[in-house]
Every structure is written in structure tokens, then in C-alpha cells.
Ligand binder design. Sequence first.
Ligand SMILES: [Zn+2]
Ligand SMILES: [Zn+2]
Length: 325
Amino acid sequence: MKQKFLVAVSILLMVVAHVAGQSNNASISSNSFKVIPLGVKGGLDESNLSAYLVAASGNDQFICLDAGTIYKGLELAAQKKIFKSSNPSIIQQNNINSYFISHAHLDHTAGLIMNSPNDKAKNLYGLASVLDVFKKNYFTWSAWANFGTEGEAPILKKYSYQTLTPKLEIPIDKTGLFVTPFVLSHVNPYESTAFLVRNQDAYLLYLGDTGPDRVEQSTQLAQLWQTIAPLVIKNQLKAIFIEVSFDNSVSEKALFGHLTPNLLMEEMVKLNQLANGQLKNTQLYVTHIKPCDDCEIKIKAEIQAANQIGLKIFYPTQATLIELK
Ligand SMILES: [Zn+2]
Ligand SMILES: [Zn+2]
């Protein structure tokens, strides 16, 4: 009798362990992100400008956050066999589900515009102020061809303009992802956007170009930090992608809506305080460094020196897969 009881208990324990193991595995495989940077710099090198593919782990449908460089990034990713196809245009057509543009500056849009003839019909998401530039400046017959769904005739209807409402989360078809946009200040009153991407209960935050609140005379970053601090505390925010364009020697008057290492840390200290000192649990990826002699080395050293709160800092590389767990 005692033996039967022990057998029953051990079977029960095995079942419990098995179920626990499964739910653990499930949370690791489905509750995280893949990021493929197609371009990471903030200027000069037109083959490597801000563009980040993001997908839910286990899904091959990516959203593209900014689109400065598309073709070269996909070509390099294809060489590394990150995708099934080795043809950049086929990958763009089949694996990029939709585009989210933070603001319309050319270092965030040129790849999308140049490759539009080879792309398939898909959604182009942005704030009204961002989509207006496509409607009035880029997808016109004088600048290029009208691949949009509005504006100058003939209208080729390849990119369906989807106007985002700040702070309103929307589901993205076929990706398993949800996106919430937040307005950023990029030389007040010009707008840029941060995209908070959700996969189940995991989050990733990507910021387009932004100045610090103090220089921009804005509260946009303060509002964003208030919103995401609870996610940091609950360990749900896996990564922040944020810009540092210039080194500390650039004066605040000459920033044109960008961050330096010291200004990045000024903002991160505020977020870390709101997050009860838990920001070290979130990976910080520094984007959009503007190339100049030794700038990259200088900026990295300055960030390291300014990182008094022990943040985990990374630098994305073009066409190198980032797996966030
Ligand atoms: Zn930029
Ligand atoms: Zn910009």
C-alpha cells in the first residue's frame, strides 16, 4: 500500500515537473523578440542607416522600425543565411510585414523609398505629421513615383498609409505583435516617434531621433519614462533602442534634436529612479551614432564613463541577429 502511494506521488511529481518545464519553455520561445538591424548609423554611410527588423520569436513576419537602409542590410543578412531566401528583394517582399517610420528624415526613409518599386503592397504606419511628408514630398511624381494610397494621380497604392494615434496600441496582422506609438521631440516643434512593441507580456522600446527634454523644452521623454517604468520594474521590458548621435563635445545649441552620452545618461537616471533602480535588467542598445573621425570610439568611452548606474549597454551591428529572451 505504502509502495503504491509512493509510486503515485512520484508519477504526480513527474507530471508536475513536466508541465512546469513546458510552460517555462513556452515562455522562452514565444514571449521574446528577434531583432535584425538592417542599418545602425545616423548619417554619411548610406548603406548603413537606421532600420530595425523586429519579430516575435518563432515568427518570420517582421515589422521594420525605420527604413534608412533596406537592401544592403538584407543582402548582408542573406549572406549570413538569416533568411530562407538569398535574394534581398524577395526577403523584403515576403518577410517585412509593414513599416513603422519614426520621422521622415531621409536617414530613416531612404531605403524604403529607393526599394519601393520592388516591394509588395503593405502598410506604412506613422504619426499624421510623418505620413504627411510621404504624401506631400516623397511619394509625388516630381520626387519619385506615388507609391502611396493618397495624393497625386496616378496613385500606385502600394503603401497603405496608416495613421497612428499617440499612446494607442494596435495589433499588427500576422506578426503576433502590438505597437504603441509615443510622440518625441526632435527639434521642437518637429515630431519623432518611439514605438513600444509588445509580444504577449514582453516589450521592446525603440526610439527614433530625440533630443533631451531639458534642451527641447519638452516633457515627451518624461511622459514616456512614466509609462514604461512599471514594465521595467516587472522585468517585462527586454530592451531599449535609443540614439546617441554626437559626443559630449557638441554643445547643446548644436544638437539639432539629438542626444550625447551625458544627455543619454541624464535621461536614463530619471527612468532608473522611476523604475526603483531596476533599469539594469533592461538591455540598452545605442543607435544612430553619426560618423566622424574616431566618433564611435569616443562615444563608447564617454558612455562607459557616464554609466554610473551599471546599465547593460550594447551596440547593434548591421545584419547581426539579436535574440532577446
Ligand atoms: Zn536620424
Ligand atoms: Zn532626424
